[in-house]
Design a protein around this ligand. Structure first.
Ligand code: IMP
Ligand code: MG
Length: 184
């Protein structure tokens, strides 16, 4: 699948499938090295993190468990406010676990900052973050991120789990949207 399969909805491919996979190999090797012999729990935040969870988990040799949360952040329109409600909580007790949050993208950082302190309060051995994408210039709060796939400009992107109005999550690459898609 490439950008032309989406008609003219996409503007340009920012990160190709190959670029994503090469970087995932590197991230997984680093995570394996860091978590050798530890009780690892991967936590994914629905729905955007499904791709990065599946692709990272398949590359890891460290024995691990996977669990999921769904959260909604209150805010005006597309802006996240940092006030978060849990729609689906983890099934797993975090006591003594090494938790690694797998994320699609860090934008303002508000959602993840809230999630980090929420999970830390549950008695885990450690909590770290692996994100495929980060927009450094959009940061409103500093979130300590252990593993970053790519830093990208402050542009709205879709694909590889990321949506616009619930579409485009299935694209195997990351692309920017053509302006006409927003201005309907
Ligand atoms: P924040 O870091 O609290 O601002 O929110 C991050 C969340 O906003 C992500 O998990 C995505 O669901 C969404 N988001 C942020 N930037 C983008 C983007 O460029 N495309 C699609 N979703 C985005
Ligand atoms: Mg979204």
């Amino acid at each position: 699948m490439d950008a032309s399969d989406m008609g003219d909805d996409l503007e340009k491919v920012l990160l190709s499938e190959e670029q994503l996979h090469t970087r995932l190999d590197e991230m997984a090797a680093q995570i394996d090295a860091d978590y050798a012999g530890k009780d690892l729990l991967l936590v994914g935040v629905l729905k955007g993190a499904v791709m990065v969870m599946a692709d990272l988990a398949r590359r890891l040799h460290t024995p691990l468990a996977m669990d999921w949360m769904a959260v909604s952040s209150y805010g005006s329109g597309t802006k996240s406010s940092g006030v978060v409600r849990i729609l689906k909580d983890l099934d797993t007790d975090l006591t003594g676990k090494h938790v690694l949050i797998a994320e699609d993208i860090i934008d303002s950082g508000l959602t993840l900052s809230w999630l980090l302190s929420n999970l830390r309060s549950r008695g885990p051995e450690s909590v770290e973050i692996a994100t495929m994408l980060r927009k450094p210039e959009a940061a409103k709060v500093e979130v300590p991120v252990r593993y970053v796939g790519f830093d990208i400009p402050t542009e709205f992107v879709v694909g590889y789990g990321l949506d616009y109005a619930e579409k485009y999550r299935n694209l195997p690459f990351v692309a920017t949207l053509a302006p006409h898609v927003y201005s309907v």
